[in-house]
Design a protein around this ligand. Structure first.
Ligand SMILES: *Cc1c(COP(=O)(O)O)cnc(C)c1O
Length: 480
């Protein structure tokens, strides 16, 4: 044993000895108070958890690791941890990133006008699986069928938990133990370990890759079609783009090829849109209607990307295939909850009503805002923040770019106006962290040592709250 080891051991023992006994902690006034507000059971549970974590960290760290803990230190930790049990951990945040469909921030948000309708269905019994006309058992997809059919002109439909599940279900129902032909340019990964080749394997279908990363032509598909072929799959490469010397096969060509060879054609659209985004000045994103009209046998897309609804995987397709899917046990495993049915039912009704859809679907509203409106909105936020009157903050506005997000339209940059805040003394990273840890966190971007607030994704009703939050954070960190 050398000298350093001796010091280390001594310190570790010292740290371990500093752990207070639970009985002593329980007598403390603040702990008693917490027990009154919650329960002794919870307090004991957390204390044991904290002590165990501390013991482990002491044993794992070198002697420069954790400091000896006082009783007060433990009680502080106890109080803050108890909030994780008694409060809501999933809570609202203010999205100041300008990324409209931010996967980390919950993607699409619901409109105010959904609140009452949604809650009415959820806080009461509903006809989820009761056909009110016949009095017999119905299907939970029934409330959605007619609307989706009308909107997409597809023959039939099915909805599962998310688009990843939709792709899995489709492949498993249509092409299990058969070959599915996909272009090498479309073997994408969509985050969260969803890779087309892996999904294919799980579904029991055999992947047949054709073409190259940048070029695939009709003959590539044709040469691989045989008796074993179960489907031709087209994946909309929604989260990246191959530029330059490229070629892919159009959906129309694939559909013809499928028809000639009696093989179904599947398209995974990823972010499903029902309307033409060009009217918002964005690039054309293939719509679900276009895919159906082109004769695709099965189309799948997400509920919470550009559609602007809840998480869901929507499958639209020829009846013979949807019938097959309904008999697949995976359909039961991927079954949507009534919350999803309720939300989609409302969202689709907005699409059916059509006009002023942006007023009902917040993500479409955020995408549709023009630069002039954004400039005015940013000016307004700046003037609210100016009221703080703290010389620590230098505030101005300037042009920047916001992103669509959610793996949709990856190259698309929308002109926006951001509020830029520079801090004279405070570190911008500490302010950003402070804002993130508030009761209502603000998630903002840092660029060139400034904090950027993109008003595209901020509600105007939140401007005052943002002002209060800045005041609070500057009081805490402002002079550091
Ligand atoms: C996003 C995406 C998926 C996964 O959709 P989720 O609804 O997030 O499960 C699948 N395929 C493509 C092409 C996508 O863009």
């Amino acid at each position: 044993m050398n000298f350093t080891e001796g010091v280390e051991r001594m310190n570790k023992n010292q740290y371990l000895r500093s752990i207070p006994s639970i009985d002593v902690l329980l007598l403390h006034e603040r702990v008693q108070k917490l027990i009154n507000h919650t329960s002794k059971d919870l307090v004991l549970y957390i204390l044991r958890e904290l002590i165990e974590e501390y013991r482990k960290s002491v044993l794992n760290e070198s002697f420069e690791g954790p400091k000896p803990m006082s009783n007060e230190d433990f009680i502080n930790l106890l109080e803050s941890r108890s909030k994780q049990f008694t409060g809501q951990n999933l809570k609202r945040v203010i999205n100041a990133t300008g990324v409209v469909l931010h996967t980390n921030l919950g993607r699409a948000v619901f409109g105010e006008n959904m609140k009452e309708k949604f809650w009415e269905v959820l806080s009461n019994y509903s006809n989820l699986e009761l056909n009110l006309d016949t009095g017999k058992r119905g299907s939970r997809y029934e409330p959605l069928v007619e609307k989706i059919k009308y909107l997409t002109k597809g023959e039939d439909e099915l909805v599962v938990n998310n688009n990843a599940a939709a792709v899995m279900l489709v492949l498993s129902s249509v092409a299990k133990d058969k070959e599915v032909i996909v272009s090498r340019g479309e073997l994408v990964e969509i985050g969260g370990a969803f890779r087309i080749p892996d999904v294919m394997e799980q579904s029991g279908a055999k992947l047949v890759e054709v073409g190259t990363t940048n070029k695939t032509n009709e003959r590539d598909y044709e040469s691989k079609i045989n008796e074993e072929t179960g489907a031709l799959l087209k994946v909309h490469t929604s989260n990246y783009k191959i530029l330059g010397f490229t070629q892919d096969v159009s959906l129309e060509t694939l559909v013809n090829l499928g028809k000639e060879n009696h093989v179904p054609v599947i398209e995974d659209l990823g972010s499903g849109v029902l309307l033409d985004l060009e009217k918002y000045g964005l690039s054309h994103e293939p719509t679900v209607q276009e895919s159906v009209a082109a004769g695709t046998d099965i189309v799948t897309f997400s509920g919470d990307k550009l559609l602007g609804g809840p998480q869901a995987g929507i499958i639209v397709g020829k009846k013979e295939w949807i019938d097959k899917m309904k008999k697949n046990p995976l359909t039961r495993a991927f079954r949507i909850d009534k919350m999803t049915v309720a939300a989609l039912d409302i969202v689709f009704s907005y699409y059916v009503q059509g006009n002023h859809i942006e007023e009902s679907i917040p993500s479409l509203k955020a995408l549709s805002m023009n630069y002039g409106d954004l400039q005015k909105k940013a000016q307004k936020l700046k003037s609210v923040l100016d009221r703080i009157g703290n010389e620590e903050m230098v505030i101005h506005t300037r042009k920047d770019e916001s992103q669509v997000g959610g793996g949709s339209l990856p190259l698309e940059r929308m002109q926006t106006e951001v509020v830029v805040i520079e801090f004279i003394k405070s570190s911008v990273a500490r302010v950003e962290e402070g804002l993130r840890k508030l009761e209502v966190p603000i998630i903002a971007r840092i660029k060139d040592k400034s904090l950027l607030l993109d008003v595209r994704t901020i509600k105007e009703e939140d401007f005052l709250l943002i002002m209060e939050n800045f005041t609070q954070v500057l009081e805490k960190h402002g002079n550091g």
